[in-house]
Design a protein around this ligand. Sequence first.
Ligand code: HEM
Ligand code: HEM
Length: 141
Amino acid sequence: MNDNPRARAWFRLAAVYFAVGVALGVLMGASGDHSLFPVHAHINLLGWVSMALFGLIGTAYPSVGIGRVACAQFWMHNIGVPVTLAALTLRLKGVDAAEPVIGVGSIIVGVSVLLFAWLIYTRIGAQSRAAQDTGERRVVI
Ligand code: HEM
Ligand code: HEM
């Protein structure tokens, strides 16, 4: 497998979310206060699981992690997720004013996910089609 800087950034971020998500899980278990469980669930799923998958997919198919769309996807996810989860934490603690921020943050995450889907459809298929068109053998990484 290749090393690539974008995948490495995803893996490092994923590890941070994993540590924070599990720490929150342990705190919830220890305290018996499960009120932040949706924050815990989404730190683990939008952070640890999704980011580790972005990193793994970007390692298997490096072209998915290159270029301006990949850069926009990276930053939108990395801004949208913490903003949404911080606002969700406040909302669950009774700060009603945080609700619109959850909406805006989750739309940013939603757009990042659409960009990721676009990258998957255009980069992975396009690579193998281009290789077939030019008669090259497909390089499996
Ligand atoms: C030592 C590690 C962990 C601990 C102690 C822990 C603890 C907890 C606790 C106490 C809850 C609340 C349950 C409830 O009130 O219904 C919960 C919910 C949840 N956790 Fe964890 N968790 C851990 C790791 C993880 C990981 C790694 C993931 C995902 C990759 C995860 C995903 C979830 C999800 C999705 C829920 C919500 C389940 C539901 O809808 O009821 N957790 N966890
Ligand atoms: C911006 C993206 C997302 C938004 C806005 C969102 C929103 C929500 C909402 C509103 C709920 C119901 C919460 C409740 O009834 O208290 C929920 C639950 C859940 N979502 Fe998400 N979700 C997102 C992404 C994801 C992703 C990527 C995954 C999995 C990889 C996921 C897994 C879950 C699970 C397992 C639950 C049940 C546990 C819980 O209630 O926290 N979500 N989500």
